[in-house]
Design a protein. Structure first.
Length: 337
């Protein structure tokens, strides 16, 4: 009988294949699940204290700009050397940061006095200012079009000519704008106090639509999923992601997230969405068609809600404020396939 079994065609190959399958199953059962984001570095921010707001990147010089609102300063981080390069002080509650590689100018929006301070990219020396009146906040840069967009005040979006740094248009809104995103012809703007997503025409600078948020509130973070024509908005009340049609503002889908979200980014290479939350977590969601679902929740630190995904570097950068256990830091996460 034993001799007959050995002589069966392919029997040895079958045994080898079965052994491989069983071994793979045992290994998978014993190995911990690989997280989609791997923490690879922590960069100290020196004397930065208090709340940290938005960030921007100078890719050519590998510099990260961090609005240290609580310290009235801007931290400049050398990502290549993984160290703090310098701190620019004498600001007034800096919130928004934007860098224009076409003009090599850094823009820093200040909530305290409503100014936008300009700095030369070469040596970060002062290079003028734009007075907006009050609560200058988020900044978006369109280098190709030569336009800088800045949300400010009790309800306005300023459009600035990057060549002259003069304000050329003002779009009135129902309340103070938070995160907004640029499309070729439109700007989508979160207006949490009005519970709307406002839409502004980029050419005329006029509001052309105001979409209700379907009973949800505190819509601070936003990202555009351009391939699917979705406006993806993170809410704090309740803590969930709302997916809206970019064509008409209809709600397509929703999915729960971690709490106190402040930033939201799309990783187009992997069809993922990264959500950073002050509750002390990063949520990673997968996207397919009109469906979005959570694939991982990664513990970070309480209050660490500001982040920046840099697709060109393939890194997610998270700002961690000072706490009783550690100084303020930038945590660098590498996405894993």
């Amino acid at each position: 009988m034993e001799a007959r079994m050995r002589s069966l065609p392919g029997f040895s190959a079958l045994l080898a294949a079965l052994a491989t399958i069983f071994l793979a199953e045992d290994t998978a059962a014993e190995s911990p699940e690989v997280p989609p984001l791997q923490l690879e570095a922590k960069i100290p921010l020196g004397d930065v204290r208090g709340r940290i707001d938005h960030m921007a990147i100078d890719l050519a010089r590998h510099r990260l700009f961090v609005a240290a609102l609580g310290s009235d300063s801007l931290a400049v981080v050398d990502l290549e050397a993984q160290r703090l390069d310098r701190i620019i002080g004498d600001l007034r509650e800096p919130q928004g940061v934007g860098y224009d590689p076409a003009t090599d100018i850094l823009y820093v929006a200040n909530a305290g006095d409503g100014s936008v301070r300009l700095f030369k990219g070469s040596d970060l020396s002062p290079n003028g200012r734009i007075e907006l009146g009050s609560d200058a906040d988020n900044i978006r840069v369109d280098s190709k079009a030569g336009r800088i967009f800045i949300g400010y005040g009790n309800g306005a979006l300023a459009i600035v000519d990057a060549a002259t740094n003069n304000k050329i248009a003002d779009a009135p809104l129902n309340a103070h704008p938070e995160s907004f995103q640029l499309e070729e012809s439109r700007v989508f703007i979160n207006v949490p106090k009005a519970s709307t997503i406002d839409v502004v025409d980029r050419t005329s600078g006029q509001k052309i639509a105001s979409w209700p948020t379907a009973g949800r509130g505190a819509n601070f973070a936003m990202v555009l999923d351009r391939s699917r024509q979705h406006v993806v908005v993170a809410f704090r009340q309740p803590a969930e992601l709302g997916v809206f049609s970019a064509a008409d503002g209809n709600l397509i889908a929703s999915v729960p997230t971690c709490g106190d979200v402040d930033d939201l980014f799309l990783d187009s290479k992997r069809d993922r969405v990264y959500v950073s939350c002050g509750e002390g977590f990063l949520d990673v969601l997968a996207a397919d068609g009109n469906s979005y679902w959570q694939v991982a929740r990664i513990a970070t630190a309480p209050g660490a809600r500001t982040s920046l995904f840099v697709a060109e570097l393939d890194r997610l950068l998270l700002a961690v404020s000072v706490n009783r256990e550690a100084a303020a830091e930038i945590w660098s996460f590498r996405p894993r396939l």
